[in-house]
Design a protein around this ligand. Structure first.
Ligand SMILES: [Zn+2]
Length: 446
């Protein structure tokens, strides 16, 4: 759940005492974590609903709403315990929603220190544990591979990212733009029209309007087309503090004292007279070569730029690090990993294939668990992932099935970047890989 940062302490103090037994809330920055514990599903539902209603009532009192789209529920059950407890996707949610925000808190102030080796190491150590849990990887998997596979951006980069964004916010300038283009800031309250005087703008019909735009019956009708739906919504939101929106409100107020304006969205280039005239006027204005009227940049612009740069840095780091060689051969870039998780779920068996850290003999021998690295199929081939996937006769039947499937779908059977392009192919690969890992312990007589 998300709420205002300064409300967190008040929320904890006022609500915790009123919650049903088994419930506790913890607020951090603008996130709220509600923990509910019960003996069975029904009881859990009842107490969680009671707790949520307390929180919402508190929110109503302080005029604060919680956003359902940003609210996520995770269930922990005793049944899940024997198999690593929390599901890996839940580890990811907890990491992104709770752990990362706590670690990066106030990075605007201390973030520059993340470049120091000692700080970087400490961040990496903390993050590594979560990444390994999230991918269900062996403890020997390198941090480079674990972070890439879990899609957890290295914390020092994340901290630097937040630090850069906060610096832009406070200095008002960015390295991405000339210094005379400054940060767009919300209009200060004293410069906004008094709420009672703010113009009421009625979006006539925000849906596609087919009505005749040539019929000007209202005092002021504004017809607009194209991608301006979000602009209309911003204008219609009377509490919007964007400088352009505030200016529009002032201008409309000037020209119409009773302040009712209708805005209708119309289909562009549909031949309506007003729309064509507006297009022509816009084109001729574009040819005037006059200076820009508005030279401010929104913080979202800088955020997107910094995020892109950091992703590039991470990609370089992933690529150039000596660790994670096996993973990189299968998944050479972060984008291909992202694609993979869009098509299939992370899992203990697939992770063994992707990291090369698992129950196969090459690994067991390397870590002195087995006294040989050869495969029982012929006692001379090294039993590595490549051998198991591509040539070990023990899995010949399943391999043939997978290869035929891929042949039919016209994708190469062991190229993950290609496999993810066809849903059936990646499913077949995961099934085949899981079969191998399932049988491996008994095959190796462990
Ligand atoms: Zn073999």
């Amino acid at each position: 759940m998300s709420c205002g940062e300064h409300q967190q302490i008040t929320l904890e103090n006022s609500v915790n005492g009123k919650l049903p037994t088994g419930c506790h809330i913890q607020a951090f920055a603008d996130d709220v974590l509600l923990i509910a514990h019960a003996h069975d599903k029904n009881e859990l539902e009842v107490i969680t609903n009671q707790a949520l209603s307390e929180i919402v009532q508190w929110g109503d009192k302080v005029k604060l709403s919680f956003s359902p789209e940003k609210t996520q529920a995770i269930a922990f059950t005793p049944k899940a315990k024997p198999t690593w407890g929390i599901q890996p996707e839940n580890i990811s949610i907890i990491y992104h929603q709770v752990i990362e925000p706590i670690i990066t808190y106030a990075a605007g102030v201390w973030g520059h220190a993340a470049k120091k080796k000692s700080c970087k190491r400490l961040l990496e150590k903390t993050q590594r544990l979560f990444a390994l849990k999230a991918i269900r990887g062996f403890r020997t998997v390198s941090t480079n591979a674990a972070l890439a596979l879990s899609q957890f951006m290295p914390l020092d980069l994340k901290v630097t990212e937040i630090n850069q964004i906060e610096n832009t916010r406070s200095s008002g300038i960015t390295q991405y733009l000339p210094d005379d283009i400054t940060l767009e800031k919300p209009t200060p309250i004293q410069n906004l029209l008094h709420p009672a005087l703010r113009v009421k703008i009625v979006p006539d019909s925000l849906q596609t309007s087919e009505e005749d735009p040539n019929n000007f019956t209202q005092p002021i009708n504004i017809y607009t087309d194209g991608n301006s739906m979000s602009s209309i919504q911003s204008i219609c939101n009377r509490s919007n503090t964007h400088p352009i929106v505030a200016n529009i409100h002032k201008n409309i107020k000037k020209i119409r004292e009773d302040g009712t304006v209708d805005i209708t969205w119309v289909k562009g280039h549909a031949g309506s007279a007003g729309n064509e005239a507006a297009d022509a006027a816009a084109k001729s204005a574009a040819n005037l070569k006059k200076n820009f009227d508005y030279t401010k940049f929104p913080i979202s612009f800088v955020k997107a730029k910094i995020k892109k740069d950091n992703l590039y840095k991470w990609q370089n780091r992933y690529h150039s690090a000596p660790q994670g060689k096996h993973t990189k051969e299968l998944l050479p870039d972060l984008f291909s990993i992202k694609r993979l998780w869009q098509t299939t779920k992370i899992d203990f068996k697939l992770t063994q294939i992707l990291t090369g850290h698992g129950f196969h003999r090459e690994y067991l021998y390397r870590f002195k668990i087995s006294n040989t690295d050869t495969c029982p199929c012929n006692n001379h081939s090294v039993q590595n992932i490549d051998h198991l996937l591509k040539s070990c006769p023990r899995f010949g039947a399943q391999r043939m099935e997978h290869e035929l499937h891929c042949q039919m779908l016209k994708v190469s059977p062991y190229n993950i970047q290609e496999l993810v392009t066809k849903e059936g192919a990646i499913i077949s690969f995961v099934k085949y890989a899981s079969y191998i890992i399932d049988k491996l312990k008994s095959f190796n007589s462990i």
